[in-house]
Design a protein around this ligand. Structure first.
Ligand code: SF4
Ligand code: SF4
Length: 125
């Protein structure tokens, strides 16, 4: 498990143990209402060796990388980079979260191409 925590730290470049759970990141996150766990809980899970729970959360995929949490953090922690590191680790496990064959043709025709490309880049291995 320590190896996984070290990987999150390496990929994100952040001091995971600098977070003292003030919750300012979650308090300003515009996507929090769609998340299953709060952004500050994600970093708490990593700190407490429950990285798999963070990796299996919807939150890391809901995160829009808007950097609001990053600018609000009094400890200078870039939580957006930690979210990205977790997504990268998940993707390297070769698990697809979306199957193009299961997307309705009507939706493919209607959705903006940039939304589709962004989604596939983010959610497929
Ligand atoms: S704002 Fe920073 S210190 Fe506060 S809970 Fe979020 S990551 Fe931790
Ligand atoms: S970067 Fe992600 S976690 Fe941070 S405020 Fe934006 S949506 Fe929320």
């Amino acid at each position: 498990m320590q190896e996984l925590i070290d990987k999150v730290a390496e990929l994100s470049g952040q001091n995971l143990y600098g977070c003292y759970q003030c919750g300012k990141c979650s308090g300003g996150c515009p996507s929090v209402w769609q998340m299953d766990i709060l952004p500050n809980e994600v970093i708490r899970l990593v700190q407490t060796k429950r990285v798999d729970d963070a990796l299996n959360s919807k939150t890391i995929w809901i995160c829009a990388s808007c950097f609001t949490c990053t600018v609000r953090c009094p400890r200078g922690i870039d939580l957006a980079k930690i979210m990205e590191a977790l997504r990268q680790i998940h993707l390297r496990r070769n698990v697809d979260h979306i199957d193009i064959k299961k997307v309705a043709q009507g939706e493919i025709n209607e959705l903006p191409p940039i939304a589709l490309v962004g989604n596939f880049r983010k959610q497929t291995a």
